[in-house]
Design a protein around this ligand. Structure first.
Ligand SMILES: C[S@@+](CC[C@H](N)C(=O)[O-])C[C@H]1O[C@@H](n2cnc3c(N)ncnc32)[C@H](O)[C@@H]1O
Length: 241
């Protein structure tokens, strides 16, 4: 069996909400999106489907994209309809077909101008895009940021933050250039919990995933990100043009 990456091991163990702020951040984003009474929402990088469930329980129709096969399998255990295997880049949704899109800790790994151009095409005029991501601050050294990206990607199978040292101001500028205006944005408090807890039943059923997770948790202590170099932002944007 191929070695599980960090987020795959978490997924196998049923641990979702692999984004800064966890369930509370999701609530913030979904409460903002709910004000628009959406009918159809696109979820990019749905993981094992925690937020898909939250949106469906609000009565929204959701199209969930999850290119990772391990996570998609776990997603299918909870959601009969399953998630679609396409990446956002490969997704051929009809222009303007979504009332909103949400991506929790997904976009930071992608080319932001391209991502926001794609979301601008998929979301209808006045539709919303909601996201939460870890971003660099101006304190961060660009060369070290790139190295941390490469090292965490090689070690965990998923990078910790963007390779380019993009700050929240950079994200805001790129979003505005893509034709979005802010509806709500909030920086997460330091120490906001990201990842859920491991249940005993899952641990007993999946010992290999537990061993993988423990190894990654040990390695995590060796990733030294200087204080003040990263911060996390939740935000909701409206397509205006
Ligand atoms: C850190 S995980 C977050 C998963 C989920 N949103 C959550 O909060 O638990 C990032 C997710 O984005 C997915 N992903 C990565 N690149 C993607 C892309 N280009 N298009 C769609 N999903 C992508 C990964 O497979 C992974 O499930």
């Amino acid at each position: 069996m191929a070695r599980l990456s960090f987020h795959e091991a978490l997924g196998v163990l049923g641990i979702g909400d692999l984004h800064p702020g966890g369930a509370e951040a999701s609530s913030f984003l979904l409460d903002e999106v709910a004000k628009e009474q959406p009918r159809l929402v696109l979820e990019v990088g749905a993981g094992i489907g925690r937020t898909t469930s939250r949106m469906r329980s609000r009565g929204w129709e959701v199209v969930s994209l999850e290119p990772n096969a391990v996570l998609r399998q776990r997603f299918a255990a909870q959601h009969a309809a399953g998630a679609q295997a396409e990446s956002l880049e490969a997704f051929a949704g009809a222009p303007g077909s979504f009332d909103a899109a949400i991506a929790e800790s997904v976009l930071y790994g992608m080319c932001l101008p391209d991502v926001f151009a794609t979301l601008h095409r998929l979301v209808r005029p006045n539709g919303l895009v909601a996201m939460v991501d870890l971003v660099w601050t101006r304190e961060a050294d660009p060369a070290v940021a790139a190295r941390i990206h490469d090292e965490t990607r090689a070690t965990y199978g998923i990078p910790m933050a963007s390779r380019e040292r993009l700050t929240w101001t950079d994200w805001q500028m790129i979003l505005r250039q893509a034709g979005f205006v802010p509806v709500a944005e909030r920086r997460l408090e330091k120490g906001a919990r990201a990842v859920g807890r491991l249940g005993w039943a899952a641990a007993v059923r999946h010992p290999v995933a537990v061993a993988t997770l423990l190894r990654y948790r040990f390695l995590t202590r060796r990733v030294a990100v200087p204080p003040g170099w990263v911060e996390s932002w939740m935000s909701v944007w409206r397509r205006v043009s």
